[in-house]
Design a protein around this ligand. Structure first.
Ligand SMILES: Nc1nc2c(ncn2[C@@H]2O[C@H](COP(=O)(O)OP(=O)(O)OP(=O)(O)O)[C@@H](O)[C@H]2O)c(=O)[nH]1
Ligand SMILES: [Zn+2]
Length: 368
């Protein structure tokens, strides 16, 4: 089965609706040679996962791919090599990821740190129904860049801003905060802009990020062409008794592309996204490259190109402040993570020591 599989051209591959392409085909070749079959992970729970393969969706055991590093745990969106048959079938290898979304590493739990793998587009849903918070957009952009996915800002509920001039200003403000990113006003209710979004997501795997109430479920339903996601009803905007989306899934979109919607992704904080932060503030990094000192903090240093840009108005004060704030916040998270990891290592040590002692005691008991 596997040998005939790899001889198929990737576009005619039965898994191409799930994102299989020539790249994955090449990446998978060594596993195909071992007689393994490819599959994409739809969901993971308690050591098992649902994997879509050419034989349909199978249940597979992840026992053989349990890593020490929680960031390498099999997750939704992963491509894996599974046994061609058997009961249960086993995941044998995790195919190297192209991109990955990691949970805020300051979270207490170390398991489930990886939220989604092999995401091409991160759709950041920002509601036009409330006042724009550019700082929040920049924060989402940072973690999207950090994952390796291409961010897209979707300005939702555009029907609530019908005046073209007002809408134009809002879009321009968001664009200024999002270099290198497409900003797309969409109204799911009026069916406006959804076709553009549909075309955009058709070429890969997407996730939806954004605050609660930003309109992610509504967008997902618009892309899916049916009501798969729970949409919170308007009178529940205070959050009381509202449905939280529990579907954890990878869905094939009828217009092409794949949508991953996991609950963890919805409540995202900022990851250790230092490189991501740099990309969000690309223009600041460009100025910084011109600073006289390589380690310039852009505070009061002589020959600081960032401060010069601020002075002559090429750089907006708000952007620099936002940049500093995100970097500070990110450093705090990283520091916390390091402390947590050290704590974990110490705990592991103690457990091992206790086990060693127990083994020694047992031995002595036997000797006496
Ligand atoms: N006017 C208008 N309202 C919208 C639009 N899209 C979503 N809404 C409303 O916004 C509210 C929140 O939408 P949801 O799709 O549930 O938001 P969400 O981001 O999925 O929220 P969580 O599930 O809590 O993360 C609902 O009352 C929707 O009806 C739109 O295009 N126009
Ligand atoms: Zn400087």
């Amino acid at each position: 089965m596997s040998s005939s599989l790899s001889s198929l051209s990737p576009s005619s591959h039965p898994l191409s609706p799930y994102g299989w392409d020539a790249g994955w085909d090449a990446e998978f070749a060594p596993y195909a040679d071992q007689g393994l079959v490819p599959g994409r992970v739809l969901r993971v729970d308690r050591g098992q996962c649902d994997v879509v393969t050419v034989d349909g969706t199978i249940r597979a055991d992840t026992e053989f791919v349990v890593p020490r590093d929680p960031a390498k745990v099999v997750c939704t969106g992963d491509w894996v090599a599974v046994d061609p048959d058997g009961d249960p079938r086993y995941v044998r290898t995790l195919v190297t990821r192209r991109t990955a979304f990691l949970r805020n590493t300051s979270s207490k739990r170390s398991e489930g740190q990886i939220l989604a793998a092999n995401v091409d587009h991160a759709l950041i849903a920002i509601s036009l129904a409330v006042e724009l918070d550019l700082g929040r957009i920049e924060r989402f952009l940072a973690l999207a860049w950090e994952s390796g996915a291409q961010p897209v800002v979707v300005l939702t509920k555009a029907d609530l801003v019908p005046d073209p001039a007002t809408r134009g200003h809002l879009v321009a403000d968001v664009e200024a905060a999002s270099p290198g990113v497409q900003v797309l006003p969409v109204s799911a209710t009026a069916g406006e802009g959804t076709d553009v979004l549909q075309a955009l997501v058709a070429g890969g795997t997407s996730v939806l990020l954004g605050q609660s109430g930003a309109g992610k479920s509504t967008l997902a339903n618009a892309l899916l062409g049916e009501d798969v996601m729970d949409v919170q009803s308007a009178r529940d905007v205070d959050g009381k008794g509202r449905h939280t989306t529990t579907t954890r899934n990878l869905l094939v979109l009828p217009g092409g592309g794949v949508l991953i919607d996991t609950p963890g992704l919805r409540g995202v904080g900022l990851w250790d996204a230092e490189t991501g932060v740099g990309q969000v503030f690309a223009e600041i990094e460009e100025f910084a490259a011109e600073c006289r000192f390589q380690d310039c903090a852009h505070e009061a240093e002589p020959g600081c190109a960032v401060l010069a840009a601020l002075e002559d108005g090429t750089l907006a004060e708000r952007r620099l402040q936002s940049y500093r704030k995100l970097l500070r916040e990110n450093r705090r998270i990283v520091a916390k993570t390091d402390a947590r990891t050290r704590g974990e290592i110490r705990r592991e040590w103690r457990v091992k020591q206790a086990q060693g002692r127990a083994a020694m005691d047992a031995k002595r008991g036997r000797l006496h």
